[in-house]
Design a protein around this ligand. Structure first.
Ligand code: ZN
Ligand code: ZN
Length: 277
């Protein structure tokens, strides 16, 4: 079964996300529990959490993913930012358990001069401080790799999985991986990239894909998402990717733009067309 959905808003109550997902034609999806640009705690009432769980069971196949705050920086050498990041992540995994959500997705963040190895150590030890409910798995997301951000190289993600005592998995963002230098624009490039993922991390750790095309060329480290098939990954790369044996059973969550009169509904329909095209 093709599991495809989009990152939708929880405005007006988290249970509204289910209807928004259905409206765009998705059967799985992703949310923020609060504005991702500020330090804020999830504020979800018991009633809306119950409604979210019930409506999800009735309307969707799942899974849902909570995307953590953009301010979280697990790699940071700064104590105050580290503590805020751990605190924020703890609240996200607790909210996930309350909502019956399987995954919490997080970027590793930036080492800001501490160096790659220290950054990976910091990320793993920060994740190890979390008390993660049994029903929840934290996913570390592949990054576009600008500046000192880690996670552009698959070896960074593997390094955190190896160092951490938690049972972590990975979310592969196609636009980020492409920007980080993994060429997904041809069938051969898709094969090589997924082989590299398997060699470095292991495909058994690939729990979710953020399926996005890229407005910038491969290796530019620039993170700007494009409509599926209309960026530099293009139709050939996207077709090869969504039909690849390693991807067919992995949930695809779109973070594509809303522009040119096209939003998630158009992009989800496009993915359905490319599958088995
Ligand atoms: Zn992300
Ligand atoms: Zn993403």
């Amino acid at each position: 079964m093709l599991r495809v959905g989009a990152h939708v808003s929880i405005a007006g109550g988290v249970d509204n996300a289910v209807e928004r997902e259905v409206d765009v034609g998705g059967n799985c999806g992703q949310i923020f529990t609060h504005s991702p640009q500020v330090w804020q705690d999830p504020n979800i009432g018991d009633d809306e959490a119950a409604a979210f769980r019930e409506e999800t069971t009735a309307e969707l196949d799942g899974p849902w993913v909570i995307h953590s705050s953009y301010l979280v920086n697990l790699c940071t050498p700064k104590d105050d930012l580290r503590e805020k990041s751990i605190d924020s992540m703890q609240k996200e995994v607790d909210a996930a358990a309350e909502l019956g959500i399987e995954y919490v997705n997080v970027h590793l963040g930036a080492h800001t001069g501490a160096g790659v190895e220290n950054g990976l150590d910091n990320a793993a030890s920060a994740l190890d401080e979390l008390s993660i409910p049994d029903s929840v798995t934290v996913l570390v997301e592949s990054d576009a790799g600008s500046g000192t951000k880690l996670g552009g190289d698959f070896a960074h993600l593997a390094g955190v999985l190896d160092r951490s005592n938690q049972d972590l998995d990975v979310c592969l963002d196609t636009a980020h991986a492409f920007a980080a230098g993994y060429d997904l624009s041809t069938p051969a490039g898709v094969d090589e990239t997924l082989q590299a993922f398997d060699d470095e991390i292991g495909l058994d750790h690939l729990a979710c894909v953020h399926l996005n095309d890229s407005k910038h060329e491969c290796g530019t480290n620039k993170d700007e998402h494009a409509h599926i098939g209309e960026g530099h990954i293009g139709d050939d790369g996207m077709t090869a990717f969504v039909n690849h044996d390693a991807i067919r059973d992995v949930p695809l969550v779109l973070e594509t733009p809303n522009e040119d009169g096209r939003g998630f509904a158009w992009n989800i329909e496009k993915v359905r067309e490319l599958r088995d095209a």
